[in-house]
Design a protein around this ligand. Structure first.
Ligand code: AMP
Length: 284
């Protein structure tokens, strides 16, 4: 596995593969790799001869300074995880390499995809995500890029970015990986103290209740209000939003029958750690 820190090194490492017509897959990450990230790399390695993994904690997508400053950094372990999962190149640039000295990013308006839910709760977040992913896509020039459904709204934003600016780049959505007790894997989970780790399971249980209600053709809207009410009574859990949306548009799901595009989404701060989760409501 090659490791590079500059775009020039990266391009020359990939160049030979490209000229031989090899398929290049790209998995962008912010490091602190866990089995969720590894699953993306493994999927990429199944269909791509060259798999580039970027490790870069992108300062422009953090709307909360403390979150950025305390983001876990585990580079040595990350290199092992990436290699073991099938990465052939790790690109780990410094901030200056991608941004020069200028961290200002252009605002992005993809309608509700960038303004609702995560976009509303984390102002500027998707501006930073789009800015960095655009830079990374331009540097790697991959054939396919792999993103987790864990960050469901981000995946929709990236699909739109690719549609508008990177024709020919395939965006592959990959399944959300959970701990055995149901907690969605996240680099931020290491920050949960024991009680909060336990309390965080409520997100998954809310999603399961919504899925069951939808499967029973019950009243999902009323259940959402009940959950909001219950959450307001809970200590250490600050619910930010819980809703059922169309995964392509992030419009709220109306009262129509549940289809494959209906997803329940949730964001909450648990013990001071912001967590997101989601699940498809149609029976699979
Ligand atoms: P991050 O390092 O958190 O920016 O995530 C990098 C990529 O890994 C994104 O495409 C995430 O959606 C994906 N990812 C993070 N956690 C998970 C998970 N639990 N399951 C699947 N993909 C994930």
């Amino acid at each position: 596995m090659n490791t590079c820190t500059t775009i020039e090194e990266l391009k020359s490492t990939i160049h030979a593969s490209k000229t031989k017509g090899k398929r290049v897959g790209f998995v962008p990450t912010m490091g602190a790799l866990h089995p969720g990230h590894a699953s993306l790399i493994e999927l990429a390695a199944q269909t791509c001869e060259k798999v580039v993994v970027s490790i870069f904690v992108n300062p422009t997508q953090f709307n909360n300074r403390e979150d950025f400053e305390t983001y876990p950094l585990t580079m040595d372990k990350d290199l092992e995880v990436a290699q073991h999962a099938g990465a052939t190149v790790v690109f780990a640039p410094h901030v200056e390499e991608l941004y020069g000295g200028d961290l200002a990013v252009a605002p992005v308006d993809y309608g509700r995809l960038t303004s609702a839910y995560e976009g509303q709760k984390r102002p500027g977040h998707f501006d930073g995500v789009v800015a960095v992913v655009r830079k990374l896509f331009s540097a790697v020039e991959a054939d396919a890029a792999f993103f987790g459904e864990k960050d469901l709204q981000q995946l929709a934003v990236i699909r739109r970015l690719a549609e508008e600016e990177f024709a020919g780049l395939e965006i592959v959505g990959c399944p959300l990986i959970r701990e055995s007790d149901g907690l969605a894997m996240s680099s931020r989970n290491v920050r949960l103290v024991r009680e909060s780790r336990q309390a965080a399971l409520v997100l998954h249980s809310w999603l399961n209740r919504i899925k069951k209600e939808a499967g029973d053709q019950g009243d999902v809207q009323t259940l959402l209000r009940v959950i909001e009410f219950e959450a307001a009574e809970m200590e250490g859990v600050e619910l930010e939003y819980i809703d059922v949306v169309n995964v392509a548009s992030f419009e709220p799901w109306n009262d129509g029958p549940i289809g494959p595009e209906a997803f329940a989404i949730v964001a909450a701060e648990v013990g001071g750690v912001r967590l997101i989760d989601n699940c498809a409501l149609a029976c699979s």
